[in-house]
Design a protein around this ligand. Structure first.
Ligand code: F6P
Length: 349
């Protein structure tokens, strides 16, 4: 019986279990034995795996997280990492590997393919920033979480006539802040792709206060949104800086939302609070869209193995799941285009 290996790497995303189930069910139908590697590339390096049976994957598409676990292990950083992976694949007699992950995991998959491995990719990330696919699974669930959080924050902010700054995940791509913010009716949305001015934010805030007005404001800010004054404030809070004095945003132990909230309060005189949604956006069970989307990706990945479409990734184009080269997907990360931000801007204020 031919064997297919499957692994899930990087930050988890709701829908990973649906992919695993899709792979296992389709694999069984086509006569493959499926081995699931634990903790992403770590399990592949350490030959840590389990056989996936139909019983094991029954109903798991309804659950968040991943039954295989995940890690950010990078094979390229391990001495002879690719040699070890190739040897393990051979020793375990694995015909092909399905790697489910974001650009880091898929980057390793691409390199493995270049080194002769038979690999198929499946794009995953709540950030929705993988190229060559219209969406990544996990994103729909995550922006629904953002929307629900904003819905709740509106009522308390309005009751207290406060400003609330809500920090949303997204280091380099602002999709979650943009679409979660639009769905949840944020009064300003700040994303990494468009550097912002604090005075513009304060102007919107002040414009919402006065007789006959709502007298509260919700600011949705992506964790990677950029502004030099916020960076100064972060330094005051003890954020780490590099040799050039730039704030090391990836190593911050203080939140951008807190820094921004303090500046807004100082400048507008309006009582301001902040909330960091953090991993609440990633945890929990997938939406119907993500369950179906991720299932279809899993089915397609096995069909791609059967068709010998290696070095390729299953992707959503319109309503169809198609095979695209990993190279195309990884050329550049998919960020928010100017015109999409302009659409959102129409509702600021
Ligand atoms: O890539 C997904 C993501 O959730 C990003 O939005 C976020 O910046 C990062 O992962 C957080 O990573 P970790 O779970 O390792 O803190």
């Amino acid at each position: 019986m031919k064997r297919i290996g499957v692994l899930t790497g990087g930050g988890d995303a709701p829908g990973l279990n649906a992919v695993i189930r899709g792979v296992t069910v389709k694999g069984a139908q086509l006569g493959y034995q499926i081995l699931g590697f634990r903790l992403g590339w770590k399990g592949m390096l350490e030959k840590d795996y389990e056989e996936l049976s139909l019983e094991k994957v029954e109903d798991i598409h309804r659950r968040g997280g991943t039954i295989l676990g995940s890690s950010r292990t990078n094979v390229a950083k391990v001495p002879d990492g690719f040699e070890i992976v190739k040897r393990n694949l051979e020793e375990l007699d694995i015909y092909a590997l399905i790697a489910v992950g974001g650009d880091d995991t898929l980057g390793v998959a691409k390199r493995l393919h270049e080194e002769g491995g038979r690999v198929v990719g499946v794009p995953k990330t709540i950030d929705n920033d993988v190229g060559a696919t219209d969406y990544t699974f996990g994103y729909d669930t995550a922006i629904n979480r953002v929307m629900e959080a904003l819905d709740r924050l509106h009522t308390t902010a309005r009751a207290h006539q406060r400003v609330i700054v809500v920090e949303i995940m997204g280091r380099d791509a602002g999709w979650m802040a943009l679409e979660g913010g639009m769905a949840g009716g944020a009064h300003v949305i700040l994303i990494p792709e468009v550097p912002f001015k604090i005075d513009d934010v304060c102007e919107v805030v002040n414009g919402r206060y006065g007789p006959g007005k709502s007298n509260y404001a919700i600011i949705a800010v992506a964790e990677g949104a950029k502004n030099p004054e916020v960076d100064e404030k972060l330094k005051e809070f003890g954020a780490p800086v590099d040799d050039f004095g730039h704030v090391l945003r990836t190593k911050m132990k203080v939140s951008l939302a807190q820094a921004l909230a303090e500046i807004i309060e100082e400048r507008t005189g309006r009582e301001t609070r902040h909330v960091v949604l953090g991993h609440l956006q990633r945890g929990g069970d997938p939406s119907a869209f993500d369950r179906v989307f991720a299932t279809r990706l899993g089915l397609k990945a096995v069909e791609m193995v059967e068709a010998g479409q290696f070095g390729m990734m299953a992707a959503l184009r319109g309503t169809e799941i198609v095979a695209v080269p990993l190279e195309e997907a990884l050329k550049e990360s998919k960020t928010v285009p100017e015109r999409r931000y302009e659409e959102a801007r129409a509702f600021f204020g």
